[in-house]
Design a protein around this ligand. Structure first.
Ligand SMILES: *Cc1c(COP(=O)(O)O)cnc(C)c1O
Length: 372
């Protein structure tokens, strides 16, 4: 499947892996466009347009980190802070270098070894499918005709005897969310030996009425594992900190699978401070809500529809996502085509600063104007 003749080093499932496609390195792109790097609007990775949590930045500025020392392999202070924050015992927490890494560990632990299967809604975060591919597990993708999680479809997929079900709420790249009651009813219908991995990377962006009481559900479901991240609402994407919460049998296995010294001391310190920074998360969410409205309304005026988003990005139906991404890149605006998800007509656009969003709308309007 590689373009060249395939060397005999790897098993078949490894040959199908595709590289993660980053954008062109920023300095090179800035030079090419003749823009200052700061003028490039990065709306392609769902990062926080307000930057990092100020409390986290202050903690880093005061910290005396000795880079010659390995960090605390157990992430003790951070794990305790998370246990206190969520009101769960310490041994329910497993921290790692980003929740993508946690998801990879969960996949290794539950789906490794050959002949294992996992079910998920078709437009779920691709990193999960990539992790499955790394361990040779078999995907059971459930159709998602309205871009939402189809619980009836997932229930039917249980007949294929998956070992795990992966649910992202709210979703990436769709931005849609599930009904909390439906999710709870689904959890009850899953056999006790099937692990449910609930990825809540964007949960902070859900308004209260749509936010599932998921942490409380952990007591009811020993097979439930929730992942969260500091990369989005807390603005610490570059420090790579994420975690899982689950009853000890699952959490302990993640900690065993985890690479030693997984999270840097800087990451651990910053995350402890960011967790306390409720003001920053609130500002992030408020900014996101108001700018998302501006962006959605502006796109609608241009005749472009979007899915109802509960995240810090929107999925917009633009015609050709790949060609729009290229055209916008020429304006110094980075966005994410999603053809890899089987959504070639759509474009994932992060909610940026007010200025980013105005620039984006102006550039799209410009591109759509008849040639003069
Ligand atoms: C961004 C994202 C993550 C996580 O990221 P990390 O930076 O690895 O913590 C996890 N799941 C989804 C669906 C995401 O969009």
């Amino acid at each position: 499947m590689l373009g060249m003749s395939t060397p005999p080093f790897f098993p078949t499932h490894i040959h199908g892996l595709r590289p993660h496609v980053p954008v062109q390195p920023l300095p090179a792109l800035a030079r090419e466009l003749g823009l200052a790097p700061a003028r490039i609007a990065q709306l392609h990775n769902n990062e926080n347009p307000l930057g990092a949590s100020p409390l986290a930045l202050a903690a880093l500025a005061q910290a005396r980190i000795d880079p010659s020392r390995y960090p605390d392999t157990d992430c003790g202070l951070l794990s305790q802070a998370l246990a206190d924050h969520h009101g769960v015992p310490l041994d329910w927490i497993a921290v790692a270098s980003g929740s993508e890494t946690v998801i990879g560990y969960a996949v290794t632990a539950v789906l490794g070894g050959g002949g294992r299967r996992a079910a998920f809604s078709r437009y779920s975060f691709q990193s999960f499918a990539a992790s499955m591919q790394r361990v040779g597990a078999t995907p059971i993708a459930v159709p998602s005709p309205d871009f939402k999680v189809d619980f009836q479809g997932l229930r039917e997929a249980l007949a294929g005897e998956p070992h795990m079900v992966y649910i992202v709420n709210p979703g990436n790249p769709t931005g849609t969310c599930v009904d909390p009651e439906e999710l709870h009813a689904f959890l009850r219908s899953v056999p006790a030996h099937v692990v449910v991995l609930l990825d809540e990377a964007y949960v902070e962006f859900l308004p209260g009425a749509l936010r599932p009481d998921s942490i409380a559900w952990l007591r009811e479901f020993p097979n439930l594992m929730i992942t969260r991240t500091f990369s989005k609402a807390h603005g610490l994407a570059g420090l790579r900190v994420g975690y899982a919460i689950a009853q000890p049998a699952l959490a302990e296995m993640l900690r065993r699978v985890r690479a030693p010294f997984s999270v840097s001391e800087a990451g651990q310190l910053a995350a402890v401070a960011a967790l306390r920074d409720t003001d920053f998360v609130a500002r992030t969410v408020a900014h996101n809500r108001s700018q998302r409205e501006v962006l959605v309304a502006g796109l609608r005026e241009l005749g472009i529809s979007t899915l109802e988003s509960h995240t810090n990005f929107v999925l917009a139906q633009v015609g050709s996502g790949a060609s729009w991404a290229q055209r916008l890149q020429a304006h110094g605006l980075l966005v994410r085509p999603v053809d890899g998800y089987g959504l070639p007509e759509w474009l994932r656009i992060g909610i940026g600063t007010a200025e980013d969003n105005q620039r984006l709308l102006a550039a799209m309007s410009d591109e759509m104007a008849p040639a003069r």
